[in-house]
Design a protein. Sequence first.
Length: 674
Amino acid sequence: MPPLLRATPRQRAFQAFPAARSGVSVTRLGYCRFASSSQKSVHGTTTSRRTCTASVNRQRSALISSSLSWNIQQKWSSTVAIDPKMYTTSFAFFEALWDAGVTHVFVNLGSDHPSIIEAMVKGACEKKGQFPRIITCPNEMVAMSMADGYARLTNKPQAVIVHVDVGTQGLGAAVHNASAGRAPILVFAGISPITQEGELRGSRTEFIHWIQDVPDQKQIVAQYCRYSAELKTGVNVKQMVNRALQFAKSAPQGPVYLCGSREVMEQEIEPYSIQQDEWDPVELGGLPGSAVSKIAEALASAERPLLITGYAGRNPDMPAKLVELANTVKGLRVLDTGGSDMCFPADHPAWLGLRYGNEEAIQTADTIIVLDCDVPWIPTQCKPRSDAKIFHIDVDPLKQVMPLFYIKAQARYRADAMASVDQILAALQSDESLRAKLAGGASEQRWTALQTSYRERIDGIASRARPLDNGEFGTGHLCSKLRELCPEDTIWAVEAVTNTLFVHDNIQPTKPGQWINCGGGGLGWSGGGALGVKLASDHEAKLQGHEHGKFVVQIVGDGSFLFSVPGSVYWIAKRYNIPILTIVLNNKGWNAPRRSLLLVHPDGLGAGATNDDIHIAFNPSPDYAGIAKAAAGGDVFAERVDQAADLVDVLKRAIQAVQNGQTAVVDCKVASGC
Ligand SMILES: Cc1ncc(C[n+]2csc(CCOP(=O)(O)OP(=O)(O)O)c2C)c(N)n1
Ligand SMILES: [Mg+2]
């Protein structure tokens, strides 16, 4: 029988800790006494102040480890056993994350994580202000969506730790969303132990270790990840973490997945560091010279130029750059298709707003630039003129993960959007003949026409956003009031499904980074997403010496609200004091499947059937705000509103509550189609 299994638990502890075996008794190992006060680090994280003392109580240590994540106020004081010499793969993993700029780790823990837990306690004890803040997430999809929201706002990848195969599956649609939404996130999951007789520390100790042993765990998510790999040894864990992050941060950004067995994560290694500045992401260049003059010439000669984008706003400098382009090419209009980011400000006359691949300007344009965009148009609904000159510029013009993708285009380029627009602008502004074309009378006429059509667009939105005669209101009216009442620099985290266009038309975002949506099609993003955005905004604000970040509003369909695992979302909001305003668009269920049905079977049997008959109605209506309140132990501003006359008062009080630090959920009954 191998030595670990023959030994008593106390002997096994000695065998597991080389320092203890080599004559140093357990009682002489280093221990940290955690005290009640907390300190803020340069990263704004809170770590407990502690002093070292000598005492041993493993049972008590376990209790205290768990209280680490449970005690909200950190008003506890006790003793934790820490072996200062225990430098494991897990500990080096956290060091690598921190050194790479990962400040938050969203965790959902299990039997694969003993060394991770040891490392977290050791880190809290020894690496004051230089260790990621750990956020306990009772559901994996919420954890990943939080990391997603965080990365989407800041472009800084965060990490998620989940439990073996089942925790990986629990990430659910969040992995799809991070991939489609180009959100850089590092996910780590343990693997069931790879030894069963105590050969190595971490060897199997529980029944479940046989059950959770699967042939290739990373394949669960590999097709959504820019990189997935197993950690096979601890000695290069920092290189592996940085290799993964290099993939996550290189365009097109996205999630990466690492997994490692208990034994590998328990492995004791020599402390080491790497040269962090050698691990930057791959840089993408601009357009080839011939392309620049071809595109500039086409734009300067166009009568109806159009730019269609989806992700351009991921670079916060991009909206201003596109404004410069629209001011140079007078008459150019800008259409946002994905609504993934704020790509172009609504207060510019070239603004066409957000439309999902169906907009008149697509059909009339004679020159189209498709810039970082997945679905510029939907051919069965709307397509460009056959003589339109189309240029596709994208970080991923082949759409490598989509089996079916093509668009009619004269040329396509893999290039950075910002660098490309810079090059095109430089050509337009420096070439004499192009400048002459752009300065002509036709250009001025287009500019005047643009102002007129913009005013008509804005007036049309306003008139459609009026309350109904019966006193009810639609999403448009609700969002026009939200825009009036919320702070100007509010960040909108939107998952409004069939109401998205009404939301966008009426929120009319103008500031970079102000509008963020899921980016993918896996419903349930916005609960965790909004929390991640708020956490990031607060954290960044604190780094700059401000008390709070920006006001964050989640606008979510009632169906999507239920997908978002609100039981976890509002517990986390309360536990970590992340106040957001949630607006639930209550249209009594799922409208989207009816819309999909009518696109295919406009005169089918279902067209005349009720929502109950086609199984998309939520009757009776759940108490959405009540669900949130229960999850937060009662501490949520929770109200319901269905009359326009009451709306402003309820919204004002909800906004005030959030500004006072309390999360608010307003269940808004919205009329459909407006
Ligand atoms: C995880 C997941 N499950 C199912 C769907 C299919 N689906 C797309 S839209 C939708 C309904 C969404 O309901 P709600 O949020 O209330 O928006 P509404 O359709 O009412 O505008 C469903 C079920 C999906 N996209 N993602
Ligand atoms: Mg709905």
